[in-house]
Design a protein around this ligand. Sequence first.
Ligand SMILES: Cc1ncc(COP(=O)(O)O)c(C=O)c1O
Length: 365
Amino acid sequence: MKRISVFSRKFGPLDKKFALKALRNNWISSNGPFSKKLENFIKREFKTDYVSLVSSGTSALECALKAINLKKGDEVIVPAFTIVSCLNTILKFGAKPIIVDVKKETWLPSLDEILSKISKKTKAIIVVHIFGNVLNIPDLKKKISNKIKIIEDCAEAPFAKFKKKYVGTLGDLGTFSFYANKTITSGEGGMVITRNKNFHKIIEKYKNLYFGDKNLKRFDHEDIGFNFRMTDLQAAVAYSQAINAKKNILKMKKNVILYKKYLDKKSIEFQKIDNHVQNVWWMIAFVMKNKKSDDLIRFLNKKNIDSRKLFKPLNDLKYIKGKKQKCPNSKYLYDHGLYIPSGFDLTNNQIKRVSKACNEFFKKR
Ligand SMILES: Cc1ncc(COP(=O)(O)O)c(C=O)c1O
């Protein structure tokens, strides 16, 4: 039987039309017409003032941390249950990550857990809207000093909302990834959105080697910067993907409805979505109460079905030294959670086949 991959996507006529147009016109490096179109689309859609297109979700996080002037000795609160990019970018600035556990049900940290870790050195909180669920940022904001900046990592949650407001616009800066398995993709890519002009100015410089402003001063670089630029060819694809994003979000919702119909729900728990949250589904993931994800992944693999484990808790990574904060819930999600095939264009039969295989595994002793 044909293998079902964990994620795949088809590129449509609009993606191809825009990519070809970029190629035909030689719009291959950054800041071309498609970049402008994409930036304006995002500004309108998200009701935000500034958009910086960058090369990945990881570089978007790094740019956001540069914008807030993160320095050695500063502390940044970050969840244990997330991608390693959140951790490594903090470490790159010589700052200290303060890792917090998440709740077993929502896969997000509780506000109390975050608040208990705030110190005089806290410079920022990276809020990760993990697997499309959204943290209550308005309540968090009420309880912290406005000197502490909130960076929302929206890589897995574009178009998710809290009380009708899009993620990425609730805190000080929102970062996004356009990696191949993300709602909007350009293969690789990302962006940072903000309403803060100064943050935007810094990001635009940092992502472009901190070139000097004027022609004659061009090579008089003002600070250390990197090449985190997105090409216009990528922006062409990301733009058409952004136009179609809501259709893909709906396709994913339909897949979830079918999985929930076919899977034996007694054996598993889906992520609990908090009040006031309009979530999006990034990948279709669940946790098994009494079984280990490694075993199901092996079982599915034998049936030619792809699946993936969830994130290993950041505090358990080998290179994190010193006294470690225990994060038992994140460990539980790592040991018992996984995501199953989640492509936008899965057929009813494919979803049935995956569900049947999972149910067969749940019955095993
Ligand atoms: C929550 C989160 N943040 C950041 C990233 C990093 O994005 P990229 O792979 O584009 O660097 C990812 C990627 O999977 C992610 O899931």
